[in-house]
Design a protein around this ligand. Structure first.
Ligand code: SAM
Length: 284
């Protein structure tokens, strides 16, 4: 594919707007139009869909989303240098692109969408990718404001998101992700697809919210998984002591063997631990 719209080629946009990639902002730009179209389509047909894009940068993926028919794109970008480039895209697609200049970590999507649902589709800045995902996974109320998350991560993070129990990749992120979503790695993206190339291979992951995840408090689940995986090689009766409650009583309430280790416990086990967590008093 050589062209998807009548806007100037991305290399020219980057040069004209002085968008020299900044490492501090996790800037690895995608210029391959086949790839941006593939990512845009990865959550299903986009006709009429509202999309939240984090970090549009020079707008390669943004243009693909709009060309694929997204009804409205809300693009949150922290780098002020990108604003003029994005304004040109907004002018090409009147009324369909809203540029939010600011930090994605404090962006309130729920208010911006005012009751509408959206897909989040993004080539995330890697330095805040996990923090953003945890925010989306622990959002209340549930089901959330998003119908799907289609996100680019470093391959190693993608593997942690989808990991089943029993292996090294299984951890806090796997439990949170699989508690509330069905998560799948869709495809890998080689380093050479980015300008500049990052250190490692990337993967596009799709997460679709479960309509009825096992009920439990997201904060409690975060606390027990942090404690359990914070010392993942220790038995749970030891690692859960950092919660400041009776770890033995907690494990008994959740019907989990005190000698088990975090990576052996499936999501349902962590949900039981989270449910029991608030019922036990702090140790004096
Ligand atoms: N979407 C573009 C692409 O695919 O070529 C750029 C992706 S680049 C990996 C990440 C983008 O996120 C950059 O444009 C960067 O400026 C932006 N960014 C970094 N930190 C951010 C933050 N806290 N909030 C919003 N955007 C941020």
């Amino acid at each position: 594919m050589t062209q998807i719209d009548d806007l100037p080629p991305l290399r020219e946009v980057i040069r004209r707007h002085g968008l020299r990639p900044k490492k501090s902002l996790g800037q690895n730009f995608l210029l391959d139009l086949n790839l941006t179209a593939r990512i845009a389509r990865a959550g299903g047909a986009l006709a009429g869909v509202t999309v939240v894009e984090i970090g549009p940068g020079p707008g390669g993926l943004t243009r693909a989303l709009l060309a694929e028919g997204a009804g409205h794109v809300i693009a949150v970008e922290r780098d002020e240098r990108a604003t003029a480039a994005l304004a040109e895209i907004a002018a090409r697609y009147p009324g369909r692109l809203t540029i939010v200049a600011g930090d994605a970590l404090t962006f309130d999507a729920c208010s911006a969408l005012a009751g509408r649902h959206a897909q989040v589709i993004a080539n995330l800045p890697y330095n805040i990718a996990t923090a953003l995902l945890v925010n989306w996974l622990t959002v209340e109320p549930w089901p959330p404001w998003y119908d799907a998350l289609v996100l680019m991560f470093q391959r190693e993070v993608a593997e942690r998101i989808v990991a089943p129990p029993g292996g090294k990749a299984y951890g806090r992120l796997s439990v949170l992700a699989n508690w509330r979503c069905e998560a799948k790695i869709l495809f890998d993206v080689s380093r050479s697809a980015f300008v500049p190339p990052p250190q490692v291979t990337s993967s596009v992951v799709r997460l679709v919210p479960r309509a009825a995840p096992l009920p439990c408090d997201a904060r409690a689940l975060q606390r027990v998984t942090e404690a359990a995986f914070g010392q993942r090689r220790k038995m749970l009766r030891q690692s859960l002591k950092s919660l400041g409650i009776d770890a033995g009583a907690l494990l008994e309430a959740a019907e989990i063997k005190p000698t088990a280790r975090a990576e052996q416990i499936p999501v349902e086990g962590f949900v039981k631990l989270a449910r029991a967590y608030f019922s036990l008093p702090p140790l004096a």
